[in-house]
Design a protein around this ligand. Sequence first.
Ligand code: NAP
Length: 311
Amino acid sequence: MAEKKKEHLKTLIIGSGPAGLSAALYAARAQLEPLVLTGQELGGQVSITHIVENYPGFPEGIGGPELTQLFQQQAERFGARVEFDTATEVDFSSRPYKVTTYNGEYTADTVIISTGASPRNLEIPGEKEFTGRGVSYCGTCDGFFFKGKDVVVVGGGDSAMEEGSFLTRFADKVTVIHRKGELRASAILEKRAKDNPKIDFIWDTVLENINGNGKVENVQLKNLKSGEASDFATDGVFIFIGHLPNTEIFKGQLDMDDAGYLKVNAYMETNLPGVYAAGEVADPHFRQVITSAGMGAAAAIQATGFLEGQE
Ligand code: NAP
């Protein structure tokens, strides 16, 4: 087995979404020579978003992958390094802090955690079995495979509406199945979905099973008001029911709320000196590119001040 790379850093950034790359920009400009560990997906969730319409400076919107690339370029221009690697273990029991990755063993004076969140699963029979064979958590990634087909979308939030609308580019019919009688999505996304002739809604209903033979063929539904069960034929199931923070490796070392989000104060500080968190990993509320980028910048500014105070 190849020897693991060893390096000491002033600032190590775990995660490469808008928070991580914005932190990298600010840390690099402050001469902290940050290293960003990308995690499994460079850019995180925004990199699989078809178009971002609410990040200022791009009045016509900008593609998620393109925005990620621009964030990265800007951080690299000032000396940040981006490494395609994932943190697998951390030891924050003493300083410098230790972070182990697939390929390396790092020590760092400051750590900025921006590991984001991952899609929540429905946890019903058939979901795991058919993931990649009709079950998906990303319309932008998989929509193309459903050209001329019928799909269902599960969820009633912004993601479900945005992705459901996007899926009508490919699918003949998109049926949104929501457990309540009303959506929680923002007005503009709700209106866009409701005005779309290719989108239907089934209310007060949950999926109980996903069935098929090698690929998804139908779902079993249950109406929560009447208790009635029914079968619904479909080629695909797109699940957008929220996210879970990626904080597994920090359990027992950093303070978290009941849902597993890292607790930070207004300065992005965790309970440990020199360890900051930014973006969705510490934000169950806003979860926007702009708020995550702002948190990342704030974390890097604090890390800079912290290191200056140590000198
Ligand atoms: P969300 O707002 O948490 O909505 C999740 C939806 O899934 C809710 O409708 C919820 O139902 C439903 N749900 C949760 N668990 C379920 C289960 N086990 N079975 C069935 N349904 C379930 O998540 P999101 O839509 O991913 O949005 C997350 C955040 O990102 C939000 O703050 C949102 O504003 C933001 N976002 C913004 C944009 C944009 O601005 N363009 C786009 C995407 C996301 P209930 O309503 O009954 O709770």
